[in-house]
Design a protein around this ligand. Structure first.
Ligand code: GDP
Ligand code: CA
Length: 319
């Protein structure tokens, strides 16, 4: 089956790599990426959208492939100069090339353009070959509830502070989407679901990437109203994360760190959940009632493997 309109829900690194595979597997299709913005943060006056930038740079050929985030050929002069001023925060990796992106974005946002328009403008340079949409134009920021270092009492810190500064070492007890009540899906998101003939959940973090996207009021409803089948790809392979900190997020939500645990968390569409199909690694047995569970090679270790994974996910959307 050939798909004409494909929508992919995506976070940063896992989402971006998977999108590259979808683009290769369906070069003729119109692909829309609905990207998590819960990691977004303002630092040194700059608005930073890590997952949008990872998707844009990865698909546009500007990513640092080894790091998986930020620009290739990056230099760090501004960061060093800021540190020389002791200008907080000093723990966030702000590269010189990357800063140009944040400057353009911040200037446009300050001039009143919504994030979706700003993202489209940035993408005219990168030509990612897919339509990149933020999940919402409203600000939604993920905060993590952790014990305070001194008092031990629960305290909420920005996701970036938890992940980048504390390397996810502080035990999380909850993830909170600050601002989500006032958020709406960005223009084009619900329309893309309605027009889609395949919807894919990238192997992104189920809590702070996919979970955050699904938390935007109206988005989940738009997704479920689509006539397209929904196939998800497990980010958990062999009972462990491939990279990132999903193994720190899932237990806080009472979800087992396994392909089965995440599959059951998303749930069967026939039973009020999301999934028509769920791709798991060939060694991961997973019983998800009501869902077409398909064991497939899940590692995006080469462009060919990633394309094959995307094709398997699309196959699972065929009727
Ligand atoms: P982030 O925003 O950079 O954290 O990226 P995402 O949320 O998009 O993706 C993070 C998830 O991608 C992690 O839970 C990883 O386990 C998963 N991941 C990374 N590489 C692979 C891979 O090759 N295969 C699969 N199945 N999952 C992967
Ligand atoms: Ca992210």
């Amino acid at each position: 089956m050939r798909f004409v309109q494909i929508v992919v829900l995506a976070g940063g690194t896992g989402g971006a790599r998977f999108l590259r595979g979808v683009r290769a597997a369906a070069p003729e299709a119109e692909i829309t990426a609905v990207v998590n913005t819960g990691d977004d943060v303002t630092m040194h006056g700059l608005r930073i959208c890590p997952d949008l930038d990872t998707v844009m740079y990865t698909l546009g050929g500007g990513i640092d492939e080894e790091r998986g985030w930020g620009r290739a050929g990056e230099s760090w002069t501004v960061k060093e100069e800021l540190a020389a001023y002791d200008a907080d925060p000093t723990w966030f990796g702000l590269g010189d090339r990357d800063i140009a992106t944040h400057l353009v974005r911040t200037r446009m946002l300050d001039a009143g353009y919504p994030l979706s328009s700003v993202t489209a403008a940035l993408c005219t340079r990168w030509e990612p070959g897919v339509t990149v949409l933020p999940m919402s134009d409203q600000r939604v920021e993920t905060h993590v509830v952790v014990p305070d270092a001194e008092t031990g009492r629960p305290r909420a810190i920005h996701f970036q502070e938890w992940w980048v500064r504390h390397r996810a070492e502080l035990e999380p007890s909850a993830f909170v989407q600050v601002g989500v009540d006032a958020a709406r899906p960005a223009p084009g998101v619900v329309e893309a679901f309605a027009a889609a003939d395949a919807i894919l959940l990238a192997p992104s973090n189920p809590v702070v990437s996919i979970g955050t996207i699904l938390g935007v009021p109206g988005l989940r409803e738009g997704l479920l109203a689509s006539r397209a089948r929904i196939a998800g790809v497990s980010p958990i392979v062999g009972g462990a994360v491939v990279r990132g900190m999903a193994d720190r997020c899932l237990p806080a939500m009472g979800i087992e760190v396994s392909a089965e645990g995440v599959g059951r968390h998303y749930g069967a569409r026939s039973d009020g959940g999301l999934l028509d199909a769920w791709l798991v690694a060939e060694d991961d047995a997973a019983d998800v009632p009501g869902v077409d569970v398909r064991p497939r090679p899940l590692l995006m270790s080469s462009p060919e493997a990633t394309e094959a994974l995307a094709r398997a996910a699309l196959d699972a959307c065929a009727r």
